[in-house]
Design a protein around this ligand. Structure first.
Ligand code: SF4
Length: 348
């Protein structure tokens, strides 16, 4: 029996994930299936399954997309050659990369052009790291924070820049930063690091949640970097911390004789999943929210999707284009339309 739930705010979907989910929802509304998507649109198994049911085919090789089909590129950012191949072969290509990932791609290109050797701190094999590194494959070296700077070698007399994946744990970034500053006194790095607002806000929130909770539950998928970082922050704070994809993953013994359960969610986990987790916990004295900051970031849909939708708008309003009667509202109301509502159209 659990006495109470303390719910972190902010939690769950960030502005980049909101934008990407809404964009792909529009793609499946507008186009006949299959619509192709390069990489999982966001790292969330339930969201990916819902889009598969709606006719989306996810591929890890852009060469698998048949010519002439509509294609979307995921929120994590893609290598330039992937974007070029998609653009060349697709009927419609929409890049749903988060603008904060695009900013890091620009930094990688800019620092490489200026002749810097680049330390890119990221997780080996992660979609975002692969895309960013591909902007300057000869200048950038991946440093996995779990391994540290040991593998990095700068050229003789080289200037060194330090960039990072947006979803790292602060503890991972700070360790590499201090080592790099010691080794390279003239190190260049982004003024506030590349970790995005959603990553840092959710980590700050779970830190405070940990001080007031007996157990922590983090809703999010196994392949979500920022989710795993939240689990690590909770664990480092000395509180038993568990990651769950859904309410079904909660083990009874985790919650035996527990007073307060802190609940949060990674940036690609839906509020729907969070509410199911709370229902499963069923606290006897209810739910309190613990807000550490407010977020009002909003990223508009990708420009070419907006242009396409604007051109279709009269037909959409006339009901001639969208395949689903519960389709999203007019493009100019996109800010008021949430990814949660988009997923509800898909039955999530
Ligand atoms: Fe963008 Fe940050 Fe969300 Fe990644 S976690 S999609 S960088 S806002």
């Amino acid at each position: 029996m659990v006495t109470s739930v303390l719910l972190a705010e902010p939690r769950g979907f960030c502005a980049g994930v909101e934008m990407a989910i809404k964009a792909l929802t529009w793609m499946v509304q507008i186009h006949e299936p299959p619509v192709y998507c390069y990489h999982e649109i966001v790292h969330n198994g339930a969201v990916v399954a819902a889009f598969e049911d709606a006719g989306v085919v996810f591929v890890d090789d852009i060469g698998e997309v048949p010519a002439g089909r509509p294609v979307m590129l995921s929120a994590h950012g893609s290598a330039p050659e992937v974007a070029e191949a998609a653009e060349a072969g697709a009927a419609v290509m929409v890049d749903a990369v988060c603008p904060l990932v695009t900013k890091v791609h620009h930094e990688v290109r800019r620092m490489a052009t200026k002749g810097y050797d680049i330390i890119y701190v990221g997780h080996e094999g992660h979609d975002e790291a692969i895309g960013a590194m591909a902007e300057a494959p000869t200048a950038a070296q991946l440093v996995d924070p779990r391994v540290g700077l040991g593998t990095f070698a700068a050229g003789a007399g080289a200037k060194v820049a330090l960039l990072a994946q947006t979803t790292l744990g602060l503890y991972e970034w700070e360790d590499v930063l201090s080592d790099a500053q010691e080794r390279f006194p003239d190190l260049w790095t982004a003024r506030k690091s590349d970790l995005c607002y959603a990553t840092t806000n959710r980590q700050t929130a779970i830190q405070e949640l940990a001080a007031r909770s007996d157990v922590l539950l983090v809703v999010g998928s196994e392949n979500s970097s920022n989710t795993k970082a939240l689990v690590r922050v909770g664990t480092n704070a000395g509180v038993p911390t568990y990651r769950v994809d859904s309410a079904a993953d909660i083990a009874r013994e985790w919650l035996e004789d527990v007073g307060t359960v802190g609940v949060t969610a990674g940036a690609s986990a839906s509020e729907h999943a969070v509410q199911k987790v709370i229902d499963r916990i069923a606290p006897t004295e209810g739910v309190d929210e613990m807000r550490v900051t407010s977020e009002d970031e909003y990223f508009p849909l990708p420009p070419n999707l907006r242009r396409f939708m604007a051109a279709l708008q009269p037909l959409v309003e006339g009901g001639f284009v969208c395949r689903n009667p519960g389709s999203p509202g007019p493009i100019e109301h996109d800010r008021d339309f949430t990814a949660t509502e988009a997923l509800a159209i898909l039955g999530v």
